[in-house]
Design a protein around this ligand. Structure first.
Ligand SMILES: Nc1ncnc2c1ncn2[C@@H]1O[C@H](COP(=O)(O)OP(=O)(O)O)[C@@H](O)[C@H]1O
Ligand code: SF4
Ligand SMILES: [Mg+2]
Length: 387
């Protein structure tokens, strides 16, 4: 009998199919984000002047290839959701630029915001508040296409077809209201809504985090199927490292508004090189008692993003911090012999002057390396996150 509570095996990486909407060909990145920055002002005093700012996203650059899933991880408050909202232009960036399939977003001769939102859709964690409680779900799904000019009958047929594709047979579900659905069903409706304008890219911000483990597995499998059926590219944001490992091709690790490491998923999980990534991996919970974490490899809360530490923002928690770490911010540096694996740590740069320069990824947080390697080679937990 088929086990609905298990995820399928690791995704086979397939090249994106030819797409009539494709502008620059399969090798042109779907999305390039360059130096994105968002500081939220904190106002005070009688005049409500800005007295400080929350450095939510600071100089973040990355690329997403067509057809891939980029996982984004990091502790709560590190700027993941702000980054997602910046990419969708739900909040305007203070600076930086975005290029979608070769077209600069918002530029005079580039991609208009309206067209960006057609091409790029978002699914949030809170499945209930994303839906209008007074609208049957069929109408919710049809709403976007209707606003974009589709006729009533066509939009309805489209919504019914999408509901079927996300596993909600229209004859049972089309007329239901959100309060008549479970959390997993509501999230399926949100996914159908996100697909309704035929986007090329989805940003999934903690989209499965509120679901029970068994439902989470079903929705993850659905996302994987839809990715192939709709020729999609994903940015998958989650604090859950097991889930990110399961669904991602590459992983980007954020700390206090900055990117500290990016690499192919297997390199990150078996050979994490930034001390923060190693600590995150070592903190993962394991059902196997032999893998229990007894001494937390990372302690204390992240520093305040209003006044982040100087130099390397991780230096206040890093066991390898040296004097230079508090004065000089490390740049993202490619690791020798590891294609596509880049790390913002002085230890990754052989010429940095750090005592361990050039030794990034070697024999670091005593327990982190063996635990991370184990996490990469074993099923993550007993509920069967991997089949
Ligand atoms: N609209 C806002 N105004 C002020 N601060 C904000 C706003 N949105 C987010 N922040 C702050 O920005 C930081 C990053 O938040 P967020 O992007 O939600 O992090 P994450 O999704 O990684 O948990 C946090 O310190 C948060 O309090
Ligand atoms: S730059 Fe220094 S403080 Fe930052 S992660 Fe590397 S060793 Fe640690
Ligand atoms: Mg968030």
């Amino acid at each position: 009998m088929m086990n609905f509570f298990k995820l399928q095996g690791p995704a086979a990486r397939v090249a994106p199919r030819p797409d009539p909407r494709d502008i620059g060909g399969p090798r042109q990145p779907m999305l390039i984000a360059r130096n994105l920055r968002k500081h939220f002002p904190i106002t005070g005093g009688l005049l409500g002047r800005a007295v400080a700012s929350v450095k939510a996203v600071d100089d973040v650059s990355f690329t997403v290839q067509k057809g891939e899933t980029l996982g984004v991880v990091g502790e709560s408050g590190c700027g993941k959701s702000t980054l997602a909202r910046l990419l969708m232009h739900l909040v305007p960036p203070d600076s930086g630029e975005m290029i979608f399939d070769g077209q600069e977003v918002g530029a005079r001769y580039g991609l208009r915001l309206r067209d960006l939102r057609r091409n790029m859709q978002m699914v949030f964690q809170d499945s209930a508040s994303s839906l209008n409680p007074r609208m049957p779900i069929e109408e919710s799904v049809a709403y976007g296409p209707r606003v974009h000019g589709m006729g009533r009958a066509e939009a309805r047929a489209h919504a019914i077809s999408l509901l079927e594709q996300v596993g909600l047979p229209a004859r049972l579900f089309a007329g239901r209201y959100p309060h008549e659905l479970s959390g997993g069903q509501k999230q399926r409706v949100n996914i159908a809504r996100a697909l309704a304008l035929d986007p090329r890219m989805l940003i999934l911000d903690e989209a499965v985090s509120a679901l029970d483990k068994s439902v989470e597995a079903q929705v993850l499998n659905l996302l994987r199927r839809l990715k192939s059926e709709f020729n999609l590219t994903y940015i998958f944001i989650s604090h859950d490292l097991h889930v990110v490992q399961y669904i991602s091709d590459r992983v980007m690790v954020m700390y206090l508004g900055e990117v500290v490491e990016i690499g192919p998923v297997e390199r990150i999980y078996a050979n994490a090189s930034h001390p923060y990534t190693q600590a995150l991996l070592a903190s993962q919970l394991h059902a196997d008692p032999r893998n229990r974490v007894t001494d937390p490899p990372i302690t204390g809360d992240p520093p305040n993003p209003v006044n982040p530490p100087t130099g390397c923002r991780f230096h206040t928690r890093c066991p390898f911090a040296e004097a230079m770490c508090s004065s000089t911010a490390p740049r993202l540096h490619p690791l020798a012999g590891e294609e596509g694996h880049i790390v913002a740590c002085h230890m990754a740069d052989p010429s940095s002057g750090h005592a361990r320069a050039g030794r990034a990824g070697l024999d670091r947080l005593g327990m982190a390396r063996p635990l991370a390697a184990k996490a990469a080679s074993e099923p993550p937990c007993k509920e069967g996150l991997r089949a």
